[in-house]
Write a protein that binds this ligand. Structure first.
Ligand SMILES: [Zn+2]
Length: 301
C-alpha cells in the first residue's frame, strides 16, 4: 500500500530565549492575494516589480501575506503584541477572503498558554489584522489582560476625522472592537514603556500612529517592527515603493527608510508581523539598499 499524501505541513509556532526574556512568534493566519503589483510598487512599473520578484525566486503575481503576532514572557508578565484577524463580526464577513479566520488562541495553546494567562495585549495599530483577535462575540478574548494602545492611533480612529474612503469600514471595526476596551487600557506615546525594557518607537505612516517596540533584556535587544516593513523582498529591497495598505504613502516610505537604516546600522534582531514565518531575522545592507536575512540557528546556540 503506498503511503497516502498528507497535505502540506508548515511550522506555526517558534520560541527562543532572548536575554532574560522568552519570546515566541505564532502564525495567526495567511492570506494568498493576487496582484503583487500594484499591491507593492504602485509608484513603479509592473515590469520592475515583477523583475525584482523573479530575481528573488518568488511568484511575480501572487503574494502570501501572513500575520505573525509576537509573545514576550518577561518572567513577570506575558505580553502579546497584536492579536491577528480573529473572528470578524458577522457584518464584515465579506472580508474573510482578505482576512481569513485568525488562529492566535490555537497557537497560544500550542505554546502552552490559555487566553486568561495573557497579562498585557499591546496593539501596534488599528488595522483589522491587528485588532480582530481582541474580541469575539462581543467579549474580550483575553479576559485578564490590560491593554496598551498608541495614544495617537487610538485617538485617530475614535474621532474618525480624515478617514479615507477605503478605511471607513476599518474605523467602524475599530470603534466596535477597541473603544469598549478603553477602560482597561493605557495609552502611550513613542518613548514610553509598556513594561521594563519594552519601549514604543514612532513608526507612523502605515497608519496614523503606528508604533514599533524596542525590547531589551540583559543586553540582548530586538525590535517588533509591526507594519513598517510588510514584505521581505518588496518593502526591504525597495523601501521607496508604495504599499497599497499604507495610509500615508510618503510618510510610510520615510519611516520605512529610517527604521531599516537603524536596524541595519545597529544590527538589531527583528520580529516582523508580515514576514514569512517565523517572521524573525535581520536587515543587512545590500547593493545600495537592504536585504532580509531570515533566522537560521542563531537562537539555538
Ligand atoms: Zn498588518
Amino acid at each position: 500500500m503506498p503511503a497516502p499524501f498528507k497535505g502540506p505541513l508548515q511550522p506555526t509556532v517558534y520560541r527562543f530565549k532572548l536575554g532574560g526574556f522568552e519570546v515566541a512568534t505564532l502564525l495567526d493566519a495567511k492570506a494568498i492575494r493576487e496582484g503583487l503589483h500594484p499591491t507593492y510598487g504602485a509608484n513603479a512599473s509592473a515590469d520592475e516589480v515583477q523583475a525584482v520578484a523573479r530575481a528573488n525566486n518568488i511568484d511575480p503575481q501572487r503574494i502570501e501575506h501572513p500575520n505573525i503576532p509576537t509573545l514576550v514572557n518577561t518572567g513577570k508578565e506575558l505580553i502579546l503584541f497584536d492579536t491577528g484577524n480573529g473572528a470578524l463580526p458577522k457584518e464584515y464577513e465579506q472580508l474573510r477572503g482578505r482576512l481569513p479566520q485568525g488562529q492566535t488562541v490555537e497557537r497560544l495553546a500550542e505554546l502552552g498558554h490559555k487566553p486568561e494567562d495573557i497579562d498585557i495585549v499591546v496593539t501596534t495599530h488599528g488595522h483589522p489584522d491587528h485588532i480582530g483577535g481582541l474580541v469575539e462575540g462581543g467579549k474580550p478574548v483575553f479576559p485578564n489582560a490590560r491593554y496598551v494602545f498608541g495614544a495617537a492611533e487610538f485617538d485617530f480612529w475614535k474621532r474618525g476625522e480624515n478617514v479615507s474612503e477605503a478605511r471607513k469600514f476599518n474605523r467602524e471595526l475599530f470603534v466596535t472592537i477597541c473603544t469598549p476596551l478603553a477602560e482597561r487600557a493605557t495609552f502611550i506615546k513613542p518613548g514610553e514603556t509598556v513594561a521594563s525594557g519594552i519601549t514604543a518607537v514612532d513608526a507612523a505612516g502605515h497608519s496614523p500612529g503606528l508604533m514599533a517596540f524596542h525590547i531589551e533584556s540583559d543586553g540582548k535587544r530586538f525590535m517588533v517592527t509591526a507594519d513598517t516593513v510588510t514584505h521581505f523582498v518588496m518593502a526591504v529591497q525597495k523601501p521607496e515603493w508604495f504599499f497599497q495598505m499604507d495610509d500615508d504613502k510618503d510618510k510610510a516610505v520615510a519611516t520605512r527608510k529610517r527604521i531599516l537604516d537603524m536596524l541595519a546600522t545597529d544590527k538589531v534582531f527583528v520580529a516582523s508581523f508580515h514576514m514569512p514565518f517565523p517572521g524573525i531575522g535581520w536587515i543587512d545592507r545590500s547593493q545600495g539598499s537592504y536585504r532580509w536575512v531570515p533566522v537560521s540557528y542563531q537562537m539555538n546556540l
